[in-house]
Design a protein. Sequence first.
Length: 460
Amino acid sequence: MDKRALITLLASLLCLGETAQSQLPDWATTGTSSSYPRELYWVGVGSAVGTGGLEAAKSQARVAIASQIKVTVSSKIRYVQSEAIVGDVSNYSTDISSETQSVVEKMEFADLAFPETFLNPVDTKTYVLAVLEKDQFFGRLRREIDVPVNALGQKLELAREQANAADLGEAVNTFASIMGDVPDLYPKIFFYNSIAPDAYVLPSGLVHDNLEAELGKILGNVSLSIESGDQQTVALGKSFPQPLAVKATTVIDGKPAILKRLTISYRTGENEKETAVTNDLGIASLSPSASPDLVTDGTSGRLAAFVDIPRMSPRLKAKVERNTGVAFAFTASGAQFTVKVTVAGAGPDAAQFDLVNRVIKELEKNNVRANQQQSRYELHLVVTASEGQTVAGMGGNLYTQKVQVSGMLKDGSTGTIVGTLTASSVGMDKDRDRALEKGIAGLKFPSKDLSSIVARAREQ
């Protein structure tokens, strides 16, 4: 074949390729279609070659539409969050923006259609046009939100019925359940409001601030009164001779009503509480042990009881505790005796000495005096430590020391062991020795355990 013929053949093949390419549908090259205007549809185009090219092209087109939606959500999410849609979203620690973005990732796009495909005969590449009708998608998404919203609305009506029937314990639990479920709707609501022309607004009764305000109003008429157990004499570390009983009442339609199944908390020590639930007569009772933490001036003490609300905001819990609290007065009894406190084991002398002084102060709360020279009882402390995981920080390694103290109270006159107790702590520092000192400084026996072995000593 001469040179002129070869050039003619190549030119013919090139024209054939260009003709084939020119036969591609407009949507395959522009990513748009006049049949599916962007104001009404999301449009995506995918392409792939080889076996399975059609499904791969469909997947690519689906991703193209999802990407368009994600860009829209990203550009509008901050504005959507600023609207008064769900109340004070700062009540929640959830990252609404990332949670909303994840909704797009999980969307199945059930209404997605593939109205056109094209197979290029030149390169055997398959092109797919995918479209998603916006109004149809918005409608489906709104219905998906409506279902749980309507269910929560019914649950709210149940909570109100329970409150009106003086079944306040169940009413509180139902309110708490609603307030725990509502935030799960936020990502999908924010997603909808980022892409739809109309905003989805929660019913006002389901907005967090309004739910809490309604529950606060219901609880505003609740009061506790002491039924029995006030003004008792009790040995520290021992149970009250008579149960501490309270009665819970409220006012419904201007009439007093007793409250059943309501949780009552008794503050039994520093950062410690025990609970009881009101019975069908609205009475809750408990026989806790008397903690030295409750003694205010040597022998006089007070133990508070109040309505407790699980899973509520700290603000509402504090308000209800303040409004419903009652206090049982008591007198602490028990002859004073002396204890010698000794220590051995891990740690420098200064840290051990500080530990002994802290334990002595806790004993004094139990009307026990320390005598380091001679005493019938000895509380012997043994400190042990083990090195924990080393943590790499920006300023260098942080060493961890796991510290434990075991205490044994012994009656020197009989040689018997009255009781034992343990406590543990963790210290962390760039220096191993300082980490150990911090661990020892964090040791503290539970006051309830210390009171218990002191009470047993008094019985001997």
